[in-house]
Design a protein around this ligand. Structure first.
Ligand code: GDP
Length: 365
């Protein structure tokens, strides 16, 4: 599955947040296919539609879809030059699909900051620079390889060379690849380079307990937001310490706790949803009396591929997908009523699944 890597300098609250993730973790019995790796935290994706469908269908069991976070330790200044666990760190980042960078935005005299003071932008720049330097090295190597061919009027090489030079220029100005504009065609070449700074980035501003209700007073958060806007990245605000406490509560207690604070959604739930969105993921549902279940697919996937997420046989023997949108189903109150209202569609092999589709796959065995 797709995964988001959690990175950050030492003492910014990474472990606290990752512990909250594993603590809140999904019941593994429901997800036997998931990785068993101490560095991977599996969380359920919060989705109010699943609760509604459960009320409607009254199934024996309800199963949310899950999302994986990977804890990536070991970033230090000089990582790209192999300092500390540098090389390992970079190879771990290479394997994730998006990066969640935890940034310290809380003051606490008792907790040492690696560079002496709280300075989120300097922290971000430290990490980003290591990623940019690693990418610069990859791009320079590649330029060496294609430059000669490009000069010999090899069209493809010239095309790639132009892209590489634009990337190199950006890196030399400390700009990540995700800020460079490319056409769809060019993106194919860019993707093949497996750059680190092309991955979607989410800054996780870790604020103190006092700031969680109204983070707008936290100047560090404002700084991170301004930086992210230029950096083509997103920002969410959490208080890792509070998230760690929330993760020990059951659903009822959690709800009461959040209500007391006047917060609608926990920071962790926001993080899960932001990461899910960042990766271009969407959810479809199956809704039978045995089980109502949410499934994750990548936007743009067709019905047979989506069926294959449940079982490979479903994809191989795919006939059609009986589909109703979540809104239509809810508006009509039952599958039968939705069918009578003509809202249930029979979709074929070319159908591109939509977020919120409630599906019944028909297949040959
Ligand atoms: P890591 O090195 O980035 O993994 O950082 P840790 O998660 O170990 O956190 C470093 C220290 O900061 C620990 O003592 C945490 O309890 C503390 N810490 C983490 N998040 C917060 C927070 O939101 N507020 C405060 N006051 N302390 C925090």
């Amino acid at each position: 599955g797709l995964t988001a890597g959690i990175v950050g300098l030492p003492n910014v609250g990474k472990s606290t947040l990752f512990n909250a993730i594993t603590q809140a973790g999904a019941e593994s019995a429901n997800y036997p296919f998931c990785t068993i790796d101490p560095n991977v935290g599996i969380v359920e994706v919060p989705d109010h539609r699943l609760n509604k469908l459960t009320e409607l269908v009254q199934p024996k069991k309800t199963v949310p879809t899950v999302f994986e976070f990977t804890d990536i330790a070991g970033i230090v200044k000089g990582a790209s030059k192999g300092e500390g666990l540098g090389n390992k760190f970079l190879s771990h980042i290479r394997q994730v699909d998006a990066i969640c960078q935890v940034v310290r935005c809380f003051e606490d005299e008792n907790i040492t900051h690696v560079s002496g003071k709280v300075d989120p932008i300097a922290d971000i720049e430290t990490i980003n620079l290591e990623l940019i330097l690693a990418d610069l090295e990859s791009v320079e190597k590649r330029i060496d390889r294609v430059a000669k061919l490009a000069k010999q009027k090899d069209k493809e090489a010239a095309y790639e060379h132009d892209i590489l030079v634009r990337l190199k220029d950006a890196f030399e100005k400390d700009q990540p690849a995700r800020t460079v504009e490319f056409t769809e065609e060019e993106m194919k070449v860019v993707r093949a380079l497996h750059l680190l700074t092309i991955k979607p980035m989410l800054y996780v501003a870790n604020v103190g307990e006092d700031d969680i209700i109204d983070p707008s007073g936290n100047e560090y958060v404002q700084m991170v937001k301004e930086f992210a806007a230029k950096d083509n990245a997103e920002v969410i605000v959490v208080c890792a310490k509070i998230e760690a406490e929330i993760s020990e509560l059951d659903d009822e207690e959690k709800k009461a706790f959040l209500e007391e604070l006047g917060i609608e959604e926990s920071g962790l739930d926001q993080l899960i949803r932001a990461a899910y969105h960042l990766l271009g993921l969407a959810t479809y549902f199956t809704a039978g009396v045995q089980e109502v279940r949410a499934w994750t697919f990548r936007k743009g996937m067709k019905a047979p591929q989506c069926a294959g997420i449940i079982h490979t046989d479903f994809e191989r023997g795919f006939i059609r997908a009986e589909t109703v949108s979540y809104d239509d189903l809810l508006q009509n109150g039952s599958m039968t009523a939705a069918r009578e209202a003509g809202k249930v569609r029979l979709e074929g092999k070319e159908y591109i699944m939509k977020d919120g589709d409630v599906v019944h796959f028909r297949f040959n065995v």
